[in-house]
Write a protein that binds this ligand. Structure first.
Ligand code: SF4
Length: 356
């Protein structure tokens, strides 16, 4: 992993593409800095997004060092294409080097900001309620392109992001290596310092991906699994993944992995009126997920242009929540902020894809 990171920095050292060890190795090799000076420099650059050498105390007093550092460090230059705000929710679009665009969303929470990041351009999973699915799969994002979204939110838009959710465009576990590299950089205490327990990876329910995640260095993240149907019939009609991996197999896989700690596993459920919100659905859902220590997150369907269902009213979501609570489930309704921006759940996805 480290070799690949260093390869990316041959023209200069990109701090935002590196965890501390990668940055330190580059600083030692290029500038002869020791680890104390490297750590101080790394923390300052990642946390402020700039280089203020006068604020550093551990740099050696060496002629030409300041110029050498400034000449070596390369900052991200993702092009911020649009920034839109509604109800406190901010959706921004970045253009990648090849002309593709990815969307990210800053969500104001009670006492912090959460950033919803994308992991792919498009997605191959084809969930029928999802705008991104309409693009098909275009390509995976690199670790740097994932981190650049955090850089833009923190240092260009100035939001003090403290939580990350991989719920933007793409299925994160289909691009696992890049997501794992990005999470390692985000969680490095000497840099962004966002602990794994504040990072949530959302999956369509890929059992291969879940197994990979469970055996990886980032298994301490939260895992949010899109359920959306309490029976295989309903779930398969909404999510093609269920035809290959029925609910029973998904639950069996999840039950093998405690996901490090209690409270780290979430069942995501988009409530669609007349499709998956009946009393029978509530009973079947609690029964099928009963082997798991899981919290439920409900959200009403947000109908964008050409959507297959009408938007779900809040009353229907609350009714379904009450049915679940009556059966002993721990349930939260996720506010569907950003509807006006088409930035609610399942609604990210640029229509513009450049010609190849
Ligand atoms: S909901 Fe997620 S996994 Fe399904 S098509 Fe959309 S981006 Fe892909």
């Amino acid at each position: 992993m480290m070799e690949r990171r260093l390869d990316q920095t041959q023209a200069g050292v990109r701090p935002f593409a590196l965890d501390y060890e990668g940055f330190r190795d580059a600083m030692v090799a290029r500038l002869g800095l020791d680890r104390y000076a490297s750590a101080e420099l790394y923390s300052m650059v990642i946390r402020t997004g700039s280089v203020d050498l006068a604020a550093l105390t551990r740099l050696p007093d060496r002629d030409g060092l300041a110029e050498a550092i400034r000449g070596t460090l390369v900052f991200p230059e993702p092009e911020l294409v649009t920034v839109k705000e509604a109800e406190g929710v901010v959706k921004f679009t970045a253009r990648l080097h090849d002309g593709h665009e990815v969307e990210s969303v800053v969500l104001p929470m009670m006492n912090h900001y959460t950033l919803c990041v994308s992991s792919q351009v498009g997605c191959k999973r084809g969930c029928v309620f999802c705008t991104t699915a309409k693009m098909g799969f275009v390509r995976d994002l690199t670790p740097v392109e994932i981190i650049d979204q955090l850089y833009l939110a923190r240092h260009r838009l100035n939001y003090p992001i403290q939580n990350i959710v991989f719920m933007g465009m793409g299925e994160p576990l289909d691009n696992f290596d890049a997501v794992a590299d990005a999470v390692a950089i985000m969680s490095d205490q000497r840099g962004f310092d966002i602990p794994l327990r504040r990072i949530t990876v959302s999956t369509v329910g890929s059992v291969e991906g879940i197994e990979t995640l469970a055996g990886s260095d980032i298994s301490g993240v939260n895992l949010a699994v899109s359920i959306n149907g309490a029976t295989n019939e309903v779930r398969s009609s909404l999510m093609p993944v269920n035809r290959k991996t029925p609910l029973e197999r998904l639950v069996k896989t999840l039950a093998r992995f405690p996901f490090a700690r209690k409270g780290a596993l979430f069942a995501e459920y988009i409530v669609i009126e007349g499709v998956n919100d009946s009393l029978e659905d509530a009973e079947a859902l609690v029964a099928i997920l009963s082997p798991l220590s899981v919290r439920y997150n409900l959200i009403g369907f947000n109908a964008g242009p050409g959507a297959p269902f009408p938007s779900t009213c809040q009353g229907a979501v609350e009714r379904f929540r009450d049915l679940l609570i009556a059966r002993g489930a721990y349930v939260r309704i996720r506010a569907s902020k950003g509807r006006d921006l088409v930035a609610g759940c399942g609604q990210l996805g640029k229509k513009h894809v450049p010609s190849q």
